[in-house]
Design a protein around this ligand. Structure first.
Ligand SMILES: [Zn+2]
Ligand SMILES: [Zn+2]
Length: 249
């Protein structure tokens, strides 16, 4: 099955050429990052298997928040960060609809949320002229298939590209970066209220579980691999154990 990146590689060049100056710089940057992600154009990473010793060359990831390939890494990082901020209490998710009149004022620039416009698993086919994908209408629970010209697919994807710095989740109260009460203070107050001070002092206090990341595995033997070298897009060697991926905004 083709991926979102495959579809963009196939159709983005014609889209960018046709709409030329009408395409915002930010959109060009994101489309460029995704279409070059893990192709080797952004440089590469040399791994070596700890078990069989074989070396494996992998193109570097773009790290763009709109890239389906890089979403897993970004999602894991976000979950890890949020997990570390949880209080030892029950949490509830509340979903509500905001009246039309209040939507504009409530739009903010603060958050870390990310869903990409479309995931790889929804792509069913891609050829020289069109892209076929599945989607579920908001008023239905049944997925349907749609085929659109390649240009429209790229345009639809680009509509979901967020302006640089714009984020979708907002934090309020002590979760806000501007809060005058620190997270540490709130956590201590909760611990004290719950009477778990002794647990804290004894070292047996329950702690958030770190998010487990699956290591990169050797295609030959399944062994865990380590990074032994990284080069950037200009073929310049970077240090061992360098950045995991680029962050192209
Ligand atoms: Zn191996
Ligand atoms: Zn990527």
């Amino acid at each position: 099955m083709p991926s979102v990146a495959d579809c963009l590689r196939q159709h983005a060049p014609a889209y960018l050429e046709k709409f030329a100056d009408d395409v915002p710089t930010g959109h060009r940057k994101v489309l460029g990052a995704i279409t070059r992600c893990r192709t080797g154009e952004l440089g590469g990473v040399l791994y070596q298997c700890r078990d069989c010793g074989r070396e494996h060359w992998v193109g570097r990831s773009c790290g763009n928040r709109h890239c389906p390939n890089c979403q897993i890494d970004k999602t894991a990082e976000w979950l890890e960060k949020q997990t570390s901020r949880l209080l030892p209490v029950h949490h509830f998710l509340v979903t509500f609809t905001v009246p039309q009149e209040l939507r504009m004022p409530l739009r903010g620039r603060q958050s870390d949320g990310y869903r990409v416009a479309i995931s790889d698993k929804r792509i069913e086919a891609c050829d020289a002229s069109s892209v076929t994908y599945s989607y579920t209408p908001s008023d239905s629970k049944t997925a349907i298939t749609r085929t659109v010209p390649g240009e429209r697919f790229v345009g639809g994807f680009a509509q979901h590209i967020l302006p640089r710095g714009f984020q979708k989740i907002r934090y309020y109260g002590w979760m806000s970066p501007n809060s005058k009460v620190s997270l540490d203070e709130v956590q201590w107050l909760v611990w004290l209220y719950l009477g778990w001070t002794y647990w804290l002092a004894s070292g047996y206090a329950p702690q958030p579980k770190p998010v487990q990341r699956e290591p990169v595995r050797c295609a030959e033997c399944g062994g865990e691999m380590r990074i032994v070298g990284v080069i950037n897009a200009n073929c310049r060697a970077l240090v061992e154990h360098s950045v995991k991926f680029l962050d192209s905004g």
